[in-house]
Design a protein around this ligand. Structure first.
Ligand SMILES: NC(=O)C1=CN([C@@H]2O[C@H](COP(=O)(O)OP(=O)(O)OC[C@H]3O[C@@H](n4cnc5c(N)ncnc54)[C@H](OP(=O)(O)O)[C@@H]3O)[C@@H](O)[C@H]2O)C=CC1
Ligand SMILES: O=C(O)CCC(=O)C(=O)O
Ligand SMILES: [Mg+2]
Length: 417
């Protein structure tokens, strides 16, 4: 049926009901992409840890049937030199609803555009969900890292990340500059002959669907506030509009009322009766606030590029991107992936922390309703960190730690289940 994807002999697809809830069989087929760089190290460890957690939690009554699909460098080896993102990979991710991927390389400057972004755009995975949670014992540059507890909702389909760019000196860049000068009276492109141009699309629909999810998350998880992070003072009609559309949505759809004349507003969580405050912060100030007063922030709704920066910065506060999970979500399709990239200098060395991808899988299990297996992963991670047998990233900052390899850390987690 597929050119290079082998469908497991056993297992069934996860399907969705009209209300978008999932039907998860006891042996769901879950597609995975190994990933480039350290993907070869962390993905096999993630698979083993998840299998062990599922086995332990359900005593054989449930089992994931993994199905390898291809993207990135491995796809070029399997499908041919120029096939970085096969159509059947996209089809499978869309069709099987729940999947997980390792990191994929994007060259800087020239070369292919991001496959990660392509996957998000092609499948309209418009929410990038990145929870930031502190695990006791993890070394952190902060004195009180446990005060950082946030969930980032990063818009995943628009913004400068859309990749609409024109290279300096190219015919298209020159034509666009001409149009800007002649038709729009723009005189302030400082060096027109040598300017590259990027377009930053930000829409009301795109903003609203992201902010709606963030506010709903705050309601469902009893969070005290949602902060809209933007640089709307400078980029008025993209990031500024993002802020305004977000506030308007909170008022129109959630009944929020202005606090002291606004723009902050608040509404009562219908589940708990407690107020949820909707506020905003300009991105540069926000980056210092999260270090100095992290407790004032719980759910973050932001644009694509801000969310990229913020999620790595917040990850650092609780131990780094070795332990930073995430998910790309549409209303039905969910693709889980670590926050970090391919860390090329460590590729194939069985060295890095598999924690981010394991925690991404933990999010996946929770998304599937397999809470017991997800809980086991969290508990074994906590126990493993407490034992101080950890990968290099933690070992170099922890007193009395024993440094272990990527695969060894996975085994320690399994032993601790
Ligand atoms: N979703 C995706 O697939 C993503 C892909 N990328 C791509 O990855 C490539 C490399 O990007 P780069 O900027 O180097 O960022 P990376 O996130 O790959 O790595 C940056 C640094 O973060 C630390 N790090 C990353 N992963 C781990 C881990 N699992 N355990 C411990 N430490 C880790 C390492 O720090 P140290 O050096 O201190 O040990 C590493 O050098 C690029 O092509 C980029 O486009 C980037 C982000 C996301
Ligand atoms: O696509 C890439 O290569 C980088 C993406 C990234 O940094 C992210 O999504 O956090
Ligand atoms: Mg990033």
């Amino acid at each position: 049926m597929y050119q290079h994807i082998q469908i497991p002999q056993q297992g069934q697809k996860i399907t969705a009901n009209p209300d978008k809830s999932l039907n998860v069989p006891d042996q769901p087929i879950i597609p995975f992409i190994e990933g480039d760089g350290v993907g070869q190290d962390i993905t096999p460890v993630m698979l083993k840890v998840v299998d062990a957690a599922v086995e332990k939690a359900y005593g054989g009554a449930r089992k994931i049937q993994w199905m390898e699909i291809f993207a990135g460098e491995k796809a070029t080896r399997v499908y041919g030199p120029d096939v970085w993102l096969p159509q059947e990979t996209l089809d499978v991710v869309r069709d099987y609803l729940v999947s997980i991927k390792g990191p994929l390389t994007t060259p800087v400057g020239g070369g292919i555009r991001s496959l990660n972004v392509a996957l998000r755009q092609e499948l309209d995975l418009y929410v990038c969900l990145r929870p930031i949670q502190y695990f006791k014992g993890v070394p952190s540059p902060l004195k009180e890292p446990e005060k950082t507890n946030m969930v980032v909702f990063r818009e995943n389909s628009e913004d400068i990340y859309a990749g609409i760019e024109f290279e300096a000196g190219s015919e298209k860049a020159m034509r666009l500059i001409q149009v800007l000068r002649d038709d729009f009276g723009i005189q302030k492109i400082r060096f027109p002959e040598t300017s590259g141009l990027g377009i930053k699309p930000v829409s009301r629909e795109g903003t609203e669907r992201l902010v709606r999810k963030a506010i709903q998350y705050a309601i469902d998880n009893d969070k005290p506030n949602v902060t809209i992070v933007h640089k709307g003072n400078i980029m008025k009609f993209t990031e500024g509009s993002f802020r305004d559309w977000a506030y308007n949505l909170a008022m129109a759809e959630f009944g929020a009322e202005l606090i002291d004349g606004g723009p902050w507003c608040k509404f009562k969580n219908p589940n708990t009766g407690r107020y949820i405050i909707i506020k905003d912060s300009i991105a540069d100030a926000f980056l210092q606030q999260i270090l100095l007063r992290p407790m004032e922030y719980s759910v973050i709704a932001t644009l694509n590029l801000n969310g990229d920066y913020i999620s790595d910065a917040l990850a650092a506060q609780v131990g780094g991107i070795g332990i930073a999970p995430g998910a790309n979500l549409s209303d039905t399709v969910a693709m889980f992936e670590a926050t970090h990239g391919t860390a090329p200098k460590y590729a194939g060395k069985d060295y890095v922390n598999p924690g981010s991808e394991i925690l991404s899988a933990e999010m996946m299990l929770r998304h599937m309703g397999w809470k017991e297996a997800a809980d086991l992963i969290i508990r074994s991670l906590e126990k493993s960190i407490a034992s101080k047998k950890v990968t290099y990233d933690f070992a170099r900052l922890m007193d009395g730690a024993q440094q272990v390899s990527c695969s060894r850390f996975g085994q320690i987690m399994i032993d601790n289940m």
